[in-house]
Design a protein around this ligand. Structure first.
Ligand code: C2E
Ligand code: MG
Ligand code: MG
Length: 657
């Protein structure tokens, strides 16, 4: 035992006051924000409470020691101090154990640990060794002892103390290891935080061992709690605000865990396919209320049926139900679930149409990536025969295989120049000949065959590959319009399709300018088609970039008028010269209501001094109807499908000369 004379000693308590203050603020914050619904947050809550108690005990103990040394308290009280300090060390030790428990929960999960005998033993072993060691100190001065003979003294068994702290450090190292093993589940800031925490804790332990006067461990712990609270527990990172359910990122995080652990799960993907109608018909508050009620019904359904599943809200009206036991799930359960959410006392005109797909992991998929791709694309990929599909029944579907491999297909296509530009002629009603053509990209993959732009364009827009694709199309078209062949075909311009995803990017605009200069393009020969599918928050930058394009001399068209993407108020403010009426309006142009809309639209566009192209004209009857409406230009299979370069040249030679 190392014996220290305490005659001229005094503990500095300020660090601990600050620690208690911080911890209590954290507790209040968690209660006010109701951040204790999840198991993991409950552990954190428990950990903080434990720290408050043990810090208070330490303050009380150290304060008493100070007073005894000053001579204002009875040295007999050292007996109480010894009990307080032993309890403090014990609670601190247990806190470190709970810190690791928390890390287990956010990494591999406790369920996994419970399945593994050895790991479970290793998890509790330090506790089993350390606790008896500390408890002995109540009866026999094994670790520390305050006492008084001629002067106050403090006895410390360095070896025992190092053992206790050593075990704590082992725990902390285990926590680092866990974060490392499950690193895919964490964002960068969380990984940084997780490696910072052990450093702070160990620093605290070392400082206090070297300078026992300064009680800093608790403050260090409190700092770590702040770090945890802000990086791991910030609810907006894992909770969907609309439904109050776990969100997509949390879903992906859990998927990573399942794959690492080899957990078996059945996941029901549940999509309200007409959710966008709800968003259009009702205002935000009502939709919010609707979503909360659905969440309530789901929870009610779960407890009424004694089922164990976790619900995730992946997107608007798109849910995932994760069942722990694959055998517990069947169509019956799924049907009852639909019944449960069908009657909701909000948004009364809305009845969800639901599509469901059951997937099983790890049976159906090899990686998280495969699952998320499927989750994102499954509706586009498969046409459902009925509203309940099992993944295993459709996994050989050609379209599904394509949609699962689009990333790599696009990669190869860019490398091997598999993207081809086709041209669909556009007829001028006034000039009675073809005055332009729309460039449409085509992909024939050597491995999968023809792939429709309808499936790879939206994917490329989401994944940021669209710019590369469009730049190859643009380069091809620029070469064409600056060639001598173009001048002989009688065309005024070529229409190019641009996506909003790229118009937002100033670098893309710069590239277009570079290509324009490189091929010495006359901008009068180019018209760029845009659609209006963007967030109003981006309106500023989009208008700026569109302005840049018009300043270069390019004309703009508004594509897909009438599909819900374009709304009239907005297109008035955009610098466009042509409006393209979508095929869907053509298809329904016999309908009296649609006729009225068309009549109104043509009048409006004319009054704004803009021209019209009608897309998707297939019959003579449609052609005459739209000529009567006053359409300026016509495009559609009636005249020609999109043709490859040689064929369009041939077509125009034949029809324009
Ligand atoms: P869009 O710009 O509205 O193009 C018109 C689509 O309607 C084309 O489909 C065209 O082949 C088709 N179409 C034209 N006339 C008829 C008709 O009479 N009947 C029928 N049934 N269809 C007709 P496509 O080529 O499959 O392209 C689909 C969409 O993909 C395009 O819609 C456009 O939004 C996008 N897209 C195509 N090429 C590109 C491109 O190079 N870049 C970008 N960003 N998007 C592109
Ligand atoms: Mg177009
Ligand atoms: Mg269109």
């Amino acid at each position: 035992m190392l014996r220290l004379d305490l005659s001229s000693f005094s503990f500095n308590l300020y660090f601990e006051y600050v620690a208690v203050f911080i911890l209590i603020i954290m507790l209040i914050y968690m209660f006010v924000e109701k951040l204790f619904i999840m198991k993991r947050s409950k552990i954190l809550l428990f950990l903080i409470s434990l720290l408050v108690i043990c810090t208070s005990l330490d303050i009380f103990g150290a304060h008493t020691v100070n007073r005894i040394i000053e001579g204002t308290s009875n040295p007999e009280l050292f007996k109480v101090v010894n009990i307080l300090e032993t309890t403090y060390i014990m609670l601190l030790f247990i806190s470190v154990h709970f810190y690791v428990t928390y890390i287990v929960h956010i990494s591999c999960g406790f369920r996994y640990l419970r399945r593994k005998k050895l790991e479970l033993i290793l998890f509790y072993l330090p506790l089993a060794i350390g606790l008896p060691l500390i408890i002995t100190n109540y009866f026999y001065p094994l670790i520390l002892n305050y006492g008084y003979d001629t002067a106050p003294y403090f006895e410390l068994n360095i070896f025992a103390l190092i053992s206790v702290h050593g075990i704590e450090i082992i725990y902390v190292v285990v926590s680092i290891l866990l974060i490392y093993l499950y690193r895919v589940m964490f964002e960068k800031k969380q990984r940084i935080a997780a490696s910072l925490i052990p450093v702070i804790l160990v620093a605290g332990i070392v400082i206090e061992m070297v300078m026992p006067k300064y009680l800093v461990i608790q403050l260090m712990f409190a700092l770590c709690i702040i770090i945890i609270q802000t990086t791991f527990e910030s609810s907006e990172d894992m909770i969907d605000g609309m439904t109050n359910l776990y969100n997509l990122s949390e879903f992906v995080r859990q998927l990573n865990k399942y794959f690492l652990n080899g957990d078996k799960k059945a996941i029901l993907l549940f999509k309200m396919t007409n959710f966008s109608e709800l968003r259009k018909t009702y205002d935000y508050v009502e939709v919010y209320k609707y979503c909360s009620l659905v969440t309530g019904k789901i929870n009610e359904f779960r407890s009424n049926n004694g089922l164990v599943f976790t619900t995730y809200s992946l997107n608007n009206g798109y849910y995932a139900f994760v069942f722990n036991r694959v055998d517990l799930f069947d169509v019956e359960v799924s049907n009852n679930l639909i019944k449960a959410i069908y009657m909701i006392p909000a948004c009364n005109d809305y009845y969800p149409t639901v599509e469901r797909c059951l997937i099983e992991i790890p049976n159906d998929f090899n990686s998280v990536n495969e699952v998320t791709k499927f989750v994102n694309n499954y509706r586009q990929a498969i046409s459902f025969k009925n509203d309940f599909t099992k993944y295993s029944d459709v996994s050989n579907d050609h379209n599904l295989i394509i949609s699962n491999n689009l990333d790599q297909i696009i990669d190869t296509a860019l490398k091997e120049k598999e993207f081809k530009v086709y041209y669909q002629p556009i007829y001028s009603v006034e000039k009675k000949r073809f005055i332009s053509a729309e460039a449409l990209v085509r992909l024939v993959s050597h491995k999968y065959g023809f792939i429709s732009p309808g499936s790879f364009i939206p994917f490329a827009e989401k994944t940021g590959r669209i710019e590369e694709i469009d730049l190859t199309v643009i380069e091809e078209v620029f070469k064409f319009v600056s060639s001598t062949v173009f001048k002989m075909l009688g065309l005024s311009y070529i229409e190019l399709n641009l996506s909003m995803a790229e118009i937002i990017n100033p670098i893309f605009i710069k590239r277009v300018r570079e290509l324009m200069l490189k091929y010495n393009v006359n901008p009068d020969n180019i018209n760029m088609e845009i659609t209006e599918s963007f967030e109003s928050s981006e309106l500023g930058i989009i208008n700026d970039n569109l302005r840049k394009l018009t300043d270069m001399g390019f004309k703009l068209s508004l594509d897909d008028y009438g599909t819900g993407y374009s709304n009239i108020n907005r297109f008035v403010s955009l610098p466009i010269s042509i409006v393209k009426i979508d095929k869907s309006l053509v298809d329904e142009s016999e309908n009296e209501g649609i006729k009225k809309i068309l009549d109104y639209s043509f009048t409006l566009v004319r009054s704004l001094n803009k021209e019209t192209v009608v897309e998707g004209i297939e019959t003579e009857e449609q052609l005459n109807r739209f000529i009567e409406f006053g359409a300026d230009f016509i495009q559609g299979y009636y005249f020609s499908k999109p043709l490859d370069f040689d064929k369009i040249v041939e077509f125009l030679y034949k029809n324009n000369m």
